[in-house]
Design a protein around this ligand. Structure first.
Ligand code: SF4
Length: 326
């Protein structure tokens, strides 16, 4: 193999395009991990291999990849050790650690909380890590837990969660979120009370029946709503803007395939909205992966505006630290 081919192959297998695993049978390994640049910060993201998420949102196939069996603290801690061993030469560079499990890390029926606490405490030994990002639905988030973990780990906590959309009908009927807006807002109160930050997924075109124009307006309304609600509570916010993809085998995919007008979102429109919001000072990260759950034509790659130059602009934006006042 030539040096060029070797580097290109290594980049695709271990860099940002690293493919997500299917089902991981070895419980000593997580579903996925990646050393990535997240808005200018060096992030170690780990998707732990734990018991399946107890929800069945209509657009999400992630739970099918996970086991129905309980995976105890020992196995979860071994997963963490194995990842740290893999990335050990970069340990001094990490500024954030993202802890996720394709579900809710704060749900004690899926993720062993003693393992979470041990991981949080252990990260004290890595001074450069300033933030722990923990993924969860907000009904599992408690301000007391956030304050305790902040004290134990000596790091800022950022709660990563799916907001998806402001539209109540799409939340309930199209996405099957089972998280009414008032429940989400109570969760924001817990985050504020816990002195934590928020990173929220917003879906661009969450309903297959939407036109491109409706998708843009709705995503903008969702971003504005989150910005306002977080601003009122003093919660620092990052939006993770995800162009919706057609996740194989889900009820959402079935509905999309039986909607004659369905088209995935146009990446150029996702970018135009994100750029406008970034100019207003909103921090936005593009969710560019379909997590191995969709064919290319079920994603923004299937639209006529797609080009690798466009994708590259999004990747560059994802790696840049937002400038103050932008
Ligand atoms: S979107 Fe989140 S809560 Fe819903 S099924 Fe998927 S992992 Fe579970």
């Amino acid at each position: 193999m030539t040096l060029d081919a070797f580097l290109s192959d290594t980049y695709r297998r271990f860099g940002p395009p690293k493919p997500m695993n299917g089902t991981v049978e070895d419980r000593d390994w997580p579903h996925f991990f990646l050393h990535r640049n997240f808005l200018g910060e060096q992030d170690l993201a780990i998707l732990f291999n734990t018991r399946r998420c107890r929800y069945q949102c209509k657009f999400c196939a992630l739970p099918f990849k996970a086991t129905k069996e309980w995976i105890g603290a020992d196995r979860v801690l071994q997963q963490f050790r194995n990842v740290v061993q893999e990335v050990r030469h970069a340990i001094g560079a990490f500024e954030r650690l993202t802890i996720a499990n394709e579900g809710s890390v704060f749900d004690d029926t899926t993720f062993p909380q003693d393992a979470l606490e041990q991981i949080v405490r252990s990260v004290r030994a890595v001074p450069n890590i300033r933030k722990l990002v923990i993924e969860s639905r907000l009904e599992f988030v408690r301000s007391g837990t956030l304050r305790r973990l902040t004290a134990e780990g000596g790091k800022r906590i950022d709660v990563l969660t799916g907001f998806e959309t402001l539209d109540a009908t799409i939340r309930d009927e199209v996405l099957g979120k089972r998280e009414p807006l008032d429940l989400f807002l109570s969760g924001l109160d817990e985050i504020a009370g816990g002195g934590a930050e928020l990173t929220a997924y917003v879906l661009f075109k969450p309903s297959p029946a939407m036109t491109d124009e409706e998708a843009r307006d709705e995503a903008e309304a969702s971003i504005d709503f989150l910005t306002d609600q977080c601003g009122r509570r003093g919660i620092p916010l990052i939006i993770r803007l995800n162009p919706m993809y057609l996740s194989r085998g889900t009820p959402w995919a079935k509905a999309a395939l039986s909607t004659p007008s369905y088209l995935p979102p146009r990446l150029s429109e996702v970018m135009a909205l994100a750029s406008a919001k970034q100019r207003d000072g909103v921090r936005i990260y593009y969710g560019l992966t379909s997590e191995g759950l969709s064919e290319a034509e079920g994603t923004y790659r299937g639209r006529e505006d797609f080009s690798s130059a466009l994708l590259k602009q999004c990747i560059v934006s994802n790696s840049q630290r937002p400038s103050l006042g932008r």
